[in-house]
Design a protein around this ligand. Structure first.
Ligand code: SF4
Ligand code: SF4
Length: 304
């Protein structure tokens, strides 16, 4: 499996790039998924987008913490965030920059493909959205898909949003990005410790750290046990439903449900619909097609 993490800002097209790449991989006969993670909802805020590509079925659903490739659409992010964090030792970074690889400093030395994707976008598209040009650079550097498949991916994803004419211009930008990519090695040793947020991430919490159970001013409870008070099943009328006659109790659905809302009780596998968010993962994972997504009429049907 090849995992790619895109670093961008709101409005720079990181999400569309990850989707177009996943679509291109699909056209190349591979399995692919892409999904974003947003911070504040405004232009310029940090955005992460992820893509996984594999010849086999993809079961991993988490964000990507140890990517094979990082793509940085806005090089100012290098100063703000350790974008190379977790990059595998044989991984590669694709950076939108006017600099040479050896002029760029990350937390560690990494292999780089660099391209001035913003200038390519300005010349080809008339605006600075670097996402298609950097996709050309990405496939040149990783050979994940060919240019033909990338063209199809861009025409499909960009075409649906921007129209065919603009999508074709983006294909042209990708071609130029492909041609103009230069390779080299970055510098390492940039220190990000002063930029640490005041709240530790989950990975950084010391073992044994305790979040107290409490109620905040809005009346919501937070801390241990509070998740049960949020009936996340009310996010959708669609619910997973298990046909007990077909179920062979392999428990695959139990382990793959991201909500932990499927469990085995008295030798029967049950979905607690109060917390089923209708992602459909269990339906796709069940080896005997025992799970179907059904529609409920009212949330009172699922309230605990
Ligand atoms: S649809 Fe998603 S949330 Fe609901 S039970 Fe299946 S895996 Fe869990
Ligand atoms: S994955 Fe399917 S067969 Fe296995 S326990 Fe779940 S519902 Fe039953």
């Amino acid at each position: 499996m090849h995992e790619i993490r895109f670093h961008g800002r709101g409005g720079t097209g990181a999400v569309m790039a990850s989707r177009a790449l996943a679509k291109a991989a699909f056209y190349a006969g591979k399995n692919a998924v892409s999904f974003p993670s947003f911070s504040a909802e405004r232009r310029g805020a940090l955005v992460l987008a992820f893509a996984r590509i594999n010849t086999k079925k993809i079961y991993r659903k988490s964000q990507i913490y140890e990517p094979d490739t990082i793509v940085v659409l806005d090089n100012s992010l290098i100063e703000l965030k350790d974008v190379a964090k977790g990059l595998k030792p044989d991984g590669i970074g694709i950076i939108n920059t006017t600099k040479k690889p050896e002029e760029i400093t990350f937390s560690k030395e990494i292999d780089l493909g660099v391209v001035d994707a913003t200038s390519i976008a300005k010349e080809t598209l008339g605006h600075p959205f670097a996402n298609s040009a950097i996709l050309g650079s990405l496939i040149r550097s990783t050979e994940l898909v060919g240019m033909e498949e990338l063209e199809k991916g861009i025409l499909s994803v960009f075409g649906a949003k921007l129209g065919e004419k603009q999508a074709k211009r983006n294909v042209e930008a990708a071609r130029i990005g492909y041609e103009e990519t230069q390779f080299g090695k970055s510098q390492g040793g940039r220190n990000y410790s002063k930029l640490q947020p005041w709240l530790p991430s989950v990975e950084e919490l010391p073992i044994g750290a305790i979040l107290p159970k409490t109620t905040v001013s809005t009346g919501q409870s937070i801390g241990p046990g509070s998740a049960t008070t949020r009936i996340t099943g009310t996010w959708s009328y669609i619910k997973a439903d298990i046909n007990q006659e077909l179920c062979i109790k392999c428990l695959k659905c139990v382990f793959h449900c991201p909500e932990g809302t499927i469990h085995k009780k008295d030798d029967v596998v049950i979905v607690n619909k109060s917390y089923c968010k209708a992602c459909g993962i269990c339906e796709s994972i069940c080896p005997v097609n025992a799970i179907t997504m059904i529609k409920i009429k009212e949330f009172s049907e699922i309230k605990p």
